[in-house]
Design a protein around this ligand. Structure first.
Ligand code: FAD
Length: 106
């Protein structure tokens, strides 16, 4: 089976970086493809228990693709739900761009 921890931290790096570099004013086609990316991701993420909870989280909190800020905040909240479940500290979502757009790893 996959290494859930290593897979998780590399996946979050990809997802948060994609959100941080998503356009501030996306075109309709960019909103569509980002939605489709997350639909496919939620179905194919290769950790079955992670995937099941992530699908529920996305069903309860529809993806926000209207802007870079909206997508980044939405993803930060989804990640915080996982952090909470695992007993990890919550991340301050006002700092997502410092962490994923501007700055090096903490
Ligand atoms: P990670 O949680 O991997 O975080 C990596 C870095 O992201 C942190 O160092 C921090 O700088 C930054 N960060 C932390 N929180 C946020 C945030 N809210 N917003 C932005 N940046 C942040 N593991 C399980 O055991 N059970 C699960 O059900 C589970 N579900 C998962 C679902 C998904 C969709 C993904 C991608 C991963 C899931 N994981 C799950 C893995 C888990 O979230 C962690 O990736 C793993 O435990 C390694 O944790 P870590 O301490 O390296 O930090």
């Amino acid at each position: 089976p996959p290494d859930v921890e290593a897979l998780g931290s590399s996946t979050w790096t990809l997802l948060h970086t994609m959100a941080a570099y998503y356009p501030e004013r996306p075109a309709p086609s960019q909103m569509d493809t980002m939605k489709m990316f997350f639909e496919g991701f939620a179905q194919h993420y290769p950790c079955w228990f992670c995937k099941d909870d992530f699908q529920k989280s996305v069903a309860a909190n529809p993806i926000q693709v209207g802007s870079r800020k909206k997508l980044s905040q939405w993803l930060c909240e989804r990640h915080n739900e996982v952090n909470e479940k695992l007993g990890k500290p919550k991340f301050d979502c006002s700092k997502v761009f410092e962490r994923w757009l501007e700055g090096p790893p903490n």
